[in-house]
Write a protein that binds this ligand. Structure first.
Ligand code: KG4
Ligand code: ZN
Length: 336
């Protein structure tokens, strides 16, 4: 029997619902982004985000079924992101999922947000285990080894800021609007790597540190302002991006080589970055590693990825009942 999962994602500022068949076929997705609302504040305001989720979630649900040309009777399970993320935002999705599950008597599946990002790659191709999953988002920079479906072994990750967070802070200091990552990516294409910034944590571990690079970039901007020098934003964006991305690429390739793995899957908002995509493609080709990266629209938060992950979460027993609660923080490698 086909598994037709209705998935809900509301962990940050996107309200998204999707219907996914058998863990990799997208039937329909509806996503409402609140970026324009939060832009004027320079970042996501949690209370505003949850209020918007409340206002939109039922409309999205109705639109989704219409788009898919389905009724709730066609759905076999309900899945939802329960964390990590903004508690108030997560609660709206969790409550909605629990309500659907209760009223229509459908199994409820809980999905970790980062597992969702990883499984966005199932929309692109098959997983060939063992593999490395590189997770680069606003909250994570992790290198994870997967021996089989829904099995996550942490090899290393950031000890302070996530790479997306560093992108957003650096963007803000040079006056680029929220979210800064895509803007830095865009203007860096017109710049050169002329500013000297320190490569962070270039050691033998699989860990990262981006707070030093972030501070060095911010200090450089302040010093240039004090000297009344004009910052060449394109060059600074290019310099920052090359340093940040190159260390991620270097350690990811090192992990692939160390464990002699033949597939790399990339996940999270920063996987939309054009320089990261280009560099990983070059380096993976050199060592004959297959690279999977989701299409740009599945790199940032969406429910399609949650629907894909849910299929494998269900197979591994990640059911929930009406006691399911949202969690703001939880490591992917410790999920139960
Ligand atoms: O995965 P995501 O949508 O949300 C989290 O779960 O964190 O990631 C959002 C992050 C933001 O920091 C955003 O600036 C960054 O992904 N991002 C990018 C690009 N597109 C999104 N960073 C660099 N280059 C991009 N093209
Ligand atoms: Zn995300």
């Amino acid at each position: 029997m086909d598994e037709i999962i209705l998935a809900i994602e509301s962990s940050c500022d996107e309200t998204s619902m999707s219907i996914i068949k058998n863990g990799h076929i997208e039937i329909a997705t509806v996503t409402l982004s609140q970026i324009d609302i939060h832009k004027k504040y320079g970042g996501v305001i949690p209370e505003v985000a949850s209020r918007n989720h409340v206002e939109n979630i039922t409309i999205i649900y109705e639109e989704l079924l219409k788009k898919a040309n389905m009724t709730i009777n066609d759905i076999t399970s309900i899945a939802v992101t329960y964390g990590p993320g903004l508690l108030g935002s997560l609660l709206i999705g969790v409550q909605f999922a629990k309500t659907l599950s209760f009223i229509y008597n459908k199994p409820l599946i809980k999905v970790h947000h980062i597992a969702g990002h990883i499984y966005a790659n199932r929309l692109v191709g098959e997983f060939k285990f063992p593999l490395i999953a590189l997770v680069v988002s606003g909250g994570h920079t992790d290198i994870i080894k997967m021996k089989k479906d829904y099995d996550f072994e942490y090899l290393g990750g950031t000890v302070d800021d996530a790479v997306g967070e560093a992108y957003d802070k650096v963007a803000r200091i040079i006056g680029l609007p929220y979210p800064g990552g895509p803007k830095i990516d865009e203007i860096a294409k017109k710049g050169k790597h002329t500013y000297d910034l320190p490569t962070p944590m270039d050691d033998n571990t699989f860990n990262f540190s981006f707070s030093g690079l972030k501070s060095a970039t911010i200090n450089l901007v302040h010093n240039e302002h004090q000297r009344k020098n004009i910052i060449r934003k394109e060059d600074l964006a290019c310099s920052f991006q090359e340093v940040a991305i190159n260390i991620i690429v270097k350690k990811t390739i090192k992990a692939l080589k160390k464990y002699n793995l033949k597939q790399l899957i990339v996940a999270g908002g920063v996987s939309a970055n054009s320089f990261l995509r280009k560099r990983l493609k070059e380096e993976c080709e050199k060592i004959d590693v297959e690279l999977l990266i989701p299409d740009i629209k599945y790199c940032t938060d969406n429910a399609a990825m949650i629907g894909c992950a849910a299929y494998y979460a269900k197979k591994n027993g990640f059911y929930a009942d009406l006691k399911l609660n949202a969690v703001s923080q939880e490591k992917l490698t410790t999920i139960k």
